[in-house]
Design a protein around this ligand. Sequence first.
Ligand code: SUG
Length: 436
Amino acid sequence: MGPTHNYAGLSEGNLASGLHAKRVSRPRAAALQGLAKMEAVAALGLPQGFLPPHERPAVWALREAGFAGDDEAVVAAVARDNPLLLARCCSASAMWTANAATVAPGADTLDARMHLVVANLRSMPHRRIEANQTLRTLRAVFHDADRCSVHAALPCDGAFGDEGAANHTRLIAADGTGVHLFVFGARADGSGAHPTRHPARQTLEASMRVANDLQLPPQRCVFAQQSPAVIDAGVFHNDVIAVGSGSVLLFHAEAFLDRAGTLQALRNGVGAAFCPIEVHGDELTVAEAVSTYLFNSQLIALPDGPMLLVCPSEVREHARASAVVDRIVGDTANPIAGVMYLDVRESMRNGGGPACLRLRVPLDAAAQASVHPGFLLTPERASWLRAWIERHYPDELRAEDLADPSLLRRSRDALEALTDWIGAGPLYPFQGASPA
Ligand code: SUG
């Protein structure tokens, strides 16, 4: 989470974003909540890496929009003439790393290398500006081209609306191969079923192109359409209504347009071990799923076999949602054996739960050794990050603070200190980082 984390109401169709627009945000608390979540998940035995925040305000994007002068003059002019553009260029939305890219491990791909395709995030102007930085950063993290290929985002014009791993789930068959579920909102040409109130951010064409760029064999991919009705009810990404891991898919009965066909295709791929866990509308309505973010939990396989659900604390505070969790945990027919509730409230108020705040990257030992160590979390690095957040992040932010030149300076000082410490070279346009 970046130091400019704020609530600007930028995401049409994301109900939490609209509901909390213009509220006072707490960037320091947001980042500390994210760090605490990483530490909690690391303590479960899952290695954690982190992606640095993006440069905000994105002065380079303001210049592309025609503003000129020194950096502070650019920010002052846009604050006066176009506050919406300033808000878009200040959003810390890159925190939701589930939207950074889609990932396939070498075990699944035709050339046995890991592939990542950066998401173009074209449907929201404040998110579309993430793609170039995400490409630069992911290429710094996964820099070993023999093992890994980081692809640029799909073009924004044309048929491809892509939101990354938020609409992708990798399940695993008994023989260890991946089965890739790609969920799309609509076809690019508008034919077939589509939502009428809110945008469908992911197109079928984009999902198919991503699968191809990931070098996945077609028989390992399932393409399923999200129900247009749930998009219209606030499910702007599939990870707001389903989560999967290993052989388990936890989903709401109304998530998919063709529920039976989707489940059958997954069963064909995963085999007899496929374990669907379905939640019906009479147990939890779609509206309750959207307000509690039950399905935006992380589903984590513990080293000795069982799984744990990492839920936002909003689920615990909701009687029906927590009853669903208790029912699932108590049912020995599935491997989910426990729940951990975490407070990521600052992110939740913009529509991002625990699962939005992570990008899963399956790595074998050799691939893990090739990751740039500067981006990996250790207890010492977590302490460094905590002190860095406390030193550089504002306690509170209001809309008018985005125009304050000291926010620009503070944010750059923070990113400068961070990149020095990571040791992977300059990452940002303000540092003169070369295009990826
Ligand atoms: O794209 N919210 C993000 C939330 C993304 C959640 N990610 C996943 N579901 N994987 C979005 O709508 C709100 C920003 C604002 O309004 O200030 C925002 O961008």
